[in-house]
Design a binder for this molecule. Structure first.
Ligand code: IMP
Length: 414
């Protein structure tokens, strides 16, 4: 059985939702393996638009099993809110790993205070992962023994309140209210909490097909991204293994590549376009964050970084999204090298080059035709095909899917 992983190749927001939506039709199980509600996946079903932050994208497909793996940080209140908003819809099943770490209320407060430099989404992601790594976190399975959980909550909240009051000079959080809040979460979530690693291992033995749904992107990976301007998890392929507790033998890794580059939040962005053309891409591509509404910084596609991301993930194929947004530009640039001092290289020689390199661009001719009606690669204008072929030749990875508009059917499959 061949499984599939959908992984962001750059700074997130590559348009994974649409590809996930297409690929999950052939999957039995959809698994989130990292991140939390910092993500925002937009899915359009029968003309209705849904934005999920935490729920796996197969939730609106009855008959499918959706899994939130142990590598995810779960804000329990938010999870219940997302489910409540879908009341009346026909849903797939949902199981949550007992070993997923919870985002606690003070994590959100701390992220709001400390996350400014990085420009985080403020959802408590970093502080929750921090507590997991320093072994002070709360696993969601702890809710099932509520008495023990309440005692631990009292201890941890005392420490958090000390920090909030003394270091950050902000108001303390109330224990009694929090215990009642979490009692409600425990009751509502109990039927969904289980050992998902066991569940997935059995499903694999039974021949089920799994889709691994990445959130964010490789350049935001805490180990492989533009540190410290990264998220606190591993969106790259390694996160799939640590975040699910299984080792599928056969996973096809599809790298999602937007036809141009975007980044939300702070940090290096070598091909950023600060002038008019960047604004044009932002407007035409509706480049505003699905979670925070912040405008995304826009730039040219960076093949130096895409080659790096391909090395990290071993991509088997690309899904090139939003190619239609480039239509109408007389010329399209792509970065093919980095110049640092008087040395130029086609590869990312040092991670720090992201901050100091001057990109070397290759200028390609643009196309003016509307491509949204094309359904075969051969129907695309020649210059547009050449753009796709140039990406394939430079990276050595075939482009298997091409997004040519926002609609579900506006996709070329090769
Ligand atoms: P955090 O994940 O909220 O800690 O934010 C860390 C960095 O990752 C910030 O630059 C965020 O803008 C960025 N980030 C987090 N989630 C996403 C996402 O889903 N898409 C794009 N950027 C994200």
């Amino acid at each position: 059985m061949e499984h599939v992983a959908v992984i962001g190749s750059s700074w997130g927001d590559e348009g994974k939702g649409k590809i996930v939506d297409y690929l999950c039709r052939d999957s039995d199980i959809i698994v989130r393996y990292q991140g939390g509600n910092n993500a925002g996946h937009t899915i359009v079903v029968e003309g209705r638009k849904f934005v999920f932050h935490l729920l796996p994208s197969g939730i609106l497909q009855p008959g499918k099993l959706n899994v939130i793996g142990n590598g995810v940080v779960v804000d329990p209140g938010l999870l219940l809110e997302e489910l409540a908003a879908l009341k009346g819809e026909k849903l797939g099943a949902l199981k949550v790993s007992e070993y997923a770490t919870m985002i606690m209320p003070w994590h959100r407060v701390l992220d709001g205070i400390e996350g400014g430099k990085v420009g985080t989404t403020g959802r408590g992601i970093g502080p929750a992962y921090e507590s997991k790594i320093n072994r002070l976190g709360f696993k969601i399975g702890e809710l099932l023994d509520f008495e023990t959980f309440s005692k631990k909550l009292a201890e941890r909240l005392e420490e958090a309140n000390w920090l909030l009051q003394n270091k950050y000079k902000t108001s303390q959080l109330n224990l009694k209210e929090m215990i009642e809040q979490f009692r409600g979460y425990a009751n509502a979530l109990a039927p969904m909490i289980t050992n998902t690693s066991l569940l997935l291992a059995k499903a694999m033995r039974d021949g089920k097909r799994i889709m691994f749904e990445g959130a964010q992107g490789t350049l935001l990976d805490v180990d492989y991204g533009s540190y410290p301007f990264v998220t606190s998890s591993n969106p790259s392929i390694g996160g799939l293994y640590t975040g699910t507790g299984i080792r599928p033998r056969n996973v096809k890794a599809i790298g999602i590549v937007k036809a141009y580059a975007t980044r939300v939040g702070n940090g290096p962005f070598p091909t950023e376009l600060k002038e008019e053309i960047g604004k044009h891409l932002q407007d035409k591509g509706h480049e505003f964050g699905a979670t925070t509404g912040r405008p995304r910084r826009c730039g040219w596609l960076d093949l130096v970084l895409l080659k790096y991301s391909t090395d990290v993930n071993g991509f088997d194929g690309f899904a090139l999204t939003k190619l239609d947004v480039l239509s109408g530009l007389p010329k399209v640039n792509v970065a093919v090298g980095y110049k640092v001092g008087n040395k130029t290289s086609e590869n990312l020689l040092s991670m720090y080059d992201m901050e100091r390199a001057e990109p070397v661009f290759k200028e390609l001719p643009g196309w003016s035709e509307d491509i949204s009606k094309c359904r075969k690669f051969e129907e695309l204008p020649k210059n547009c095909r050449d753009y796709v072929t140039f990406i394939e030749k430079t990276t050595g990875v075939p482009v298997k899917y091409i997004g040519i508009g926002p609609g579900r059917e506006e996709l070329i499959v090769r």
